[in-house]
Write a protein that binds this ligand. Structure first.
Ligand code: 0X9
Ligand code: ZN
Length: 507
């Protein structure tokens, strides 16, 4: 290029940029002037709560979503596989700035463990500690139990939050100094581990592309379920039991040689979006069940398995694309700009009680009413129809390394808690032999505190299922939700050990 032509190109770019800036001044200002945002907007960006920045944008958006709903109607009529391939992935292409689509970063945000929280919480006139750290210091609660609270604090609040905790004599340990670094490492390690055979992070190693060296997107997980159905058409059935608020399918795979007579075991994962090890473990369980089906013992083959790896697909995809620490689903609230309901507070058991929030901006928001969410409703209806012979309900979460059983909504044990404790103890002993990891077996309320609205308690109370367990997978707090991909396989083996033990316990 001659220097004359180069100058002509530069001049043309400058003129074009000026024209565009003149045509769309408000969009430029709102998109890039972060300093104009109020603290509330700031908080909503951090937590990924839905919020459009200007009124005119909200109006524009309403028109777009009307069009969207028309196309969704048409898509529902498609054949199951096609509708999956054609589904709306939630990406809007309308050029509107939506803070939900700005990836949330956690640069130099710290992860803390605060001890002796029950002392602080029992003081009169004091909000629960978690609420204060959330609302005043931009904290995100990772884990709360009777002994400690794990909370991440944004860089800009670290100093003030530390002073607050010191003022209240709350002993605090820093578990991690840079959460973003941990998230970046998780992605980089996954990419490296898959490099040798696949070339890149999500590249397919087999037809569905599934493996357990990295975490996968929803498409890959659903493709894997279809792949299993395709390989075992006589014993598998793939259900779409409902749709999410963003139009994604809710999928369950049934495996059975005799659905009418065999005892049933339900397994789910991904109720909480950020607990990525859960869907990874549940897909591994599927693989483990099916890879040597013919050689499986009777206590595996003579069961009907229902497996739902991702109960919260919208939240899961949101946590992959925009906010690694997102927990809830992505349903809009009626009277708030904040999005999302904690599905494990939305079931109709102790819904109105302790351990959940009525605030739509909270991470433990219980929803408008019990069973208000599409995901909850779909699972409740599906399971209720199949309650006969439903002997086990296993739901995978993270983190904490625990196998817990009802009740969680009240400080009481189920009448056969001795049996549940014994089977859980067997499972944790077998885990220790296999991988050396220590899991704890216990009734839920003793180790995790009281919380209503859980899927586990609901299944036990409403359907009378005997072996109801919530399994909190790895780790014990070092990486928390951001468990390195190098630990997926061993953790998944631990999950499978619980499944195998429970299947054996069923008579
Ligand atoms: O609080 C939860 O929903 C679960 N812990 S997590 O950190 N994965 O969110 C524990 C669920 C135990 N059961 C009930 N609370 N019903
Ligand atoms: Zn969870």
């Amino acid at each position: 290029m001659t220097s004359n032509t180069r100058w002509n190109v530069v001049a043309l770019v400058v003129v074009l940029a000026t024209v565009i800036a003149l045509i769309m001044p408000s969009h430029f200002a709102t998109a890039f002037d972060v300093s104009r945002m109020t603290p509330v907007a700031d908080r909503n960006i951090r937590t990924g709560n839905k919020m459009l920045i200007e009124k005119e944008i909200i109006e524009e958006r309403q028109v777009v979503s009307e069009n969207d709903s028309n196309s969704t109607q048409a898509e529902v009529a498609l054949d199951e596989d096609m509708s999956f391939l054609d589904e709306d992935d939630g990406d809007s292409d309308d050029g509107v700035l939506d803070v939900n689509e700005i990836p949330v970063r956690y640069d130099e945000a710290q992860l803390w463990r605060v001890y002796n929280i029950s002392n602080a919480m029992s003081r009169r006139n004091m909000l629960p500690l978690g609420d204060i750290l959330e609302s005043k210091y931009g904290g995100t609660i990772w884990k709360e139990n009777s002994k400690f609270l794990d909370v991440s604090i944004d860089k800009k609040h670290v100093k003030a939050a530390r002073a607050f905790l010191e003022d209240h004599n709350l002993n605090t340990e820093v578990l991690n100094y840079n959460i973003q670094e941990m998230i970046d490492n998780e992605a980089a390690v996954g990419a490296n581990l898959t490099q040798s055979e696949a070339g890149q992070r999500t590249k397919k190693a087999a037809r569905s592309g599934i493996h357990w060296k990295d975490y996968h997107d929803l498409d890959t997980i659903y493709a894997f379920m279809r792949e299993i159905r395709g390989k075992f058409p006589n014993i598998c059935r793939l259900y779409t039991i409902g749709k999410t608020a963003e139009g994604r399918d809710l999928k369950v795979l049934r495996i059975s040689e005799n659905p009418k007579n065999y005892k049933k075991i339900w397994i789910d994962g991904g109720i909480h979006a950020r607990e990525w090890i859960s869907p990874a473990t549940v897909t591994f369980i599927l693989y483990q069940l099916m890879s040597k089906w013919q050689e499986q013992p009777d206590y595996i083959r003579q069961r009907t398995w229902y497996v739902m790896p991702v109960m919260n697909p919208d939240g899961y995809e949101y946590s992959r694309q925009f906010n690694r620490l997102w927990r809830k689903n992505r349903a809009p609230a009626k009277r708030s700009q904040c999005l999302g309901v904690d599905l494990n507070r939305n079931f109709d058991i102790g819904w109105n009680g302790y351990g959940s929030s009525t605030n739509p901006c909270s991470d433990t928001y219980r929803g408008e009413s019990a069973g208000s969410e599409l995901e909850t409703d779909a699972v409740v209806k599906f399971l209720t129809k199949r309650k006969y012979n439903l002997d086990a309900y296993l739901t995978f979460h993270s983190y904490g390394q625990m196998v817990v059983y009802p009740w969680a909504y009240k400080a009481v044990k189920v009448r056969d808690s001795g049996v549940l404790q014994r089977v859980a103890t067997t499972a944790v002993q077998r885990i220790e032999k296999k991988t050396g990891e220590i899991y704890r077996a216990s009734v839920t309320h003793e180790v995790l505190g009281i919380a209503g609205g859980g899927s586990d308690d609901w299944t036990r109370a409403a359907l009378g299922t005997q072996y109801v367990y919530t399994i909190e997978l790895r780790d014990r707090g070092h990486f928390g939700f951001v468990l390195p991909p190098s630990q997926i396989l061993e953790t998944a083996i631990e999950g499978y050990t619980v499944v195998d033990t429970v299947a054996q316990a069923i008579k």
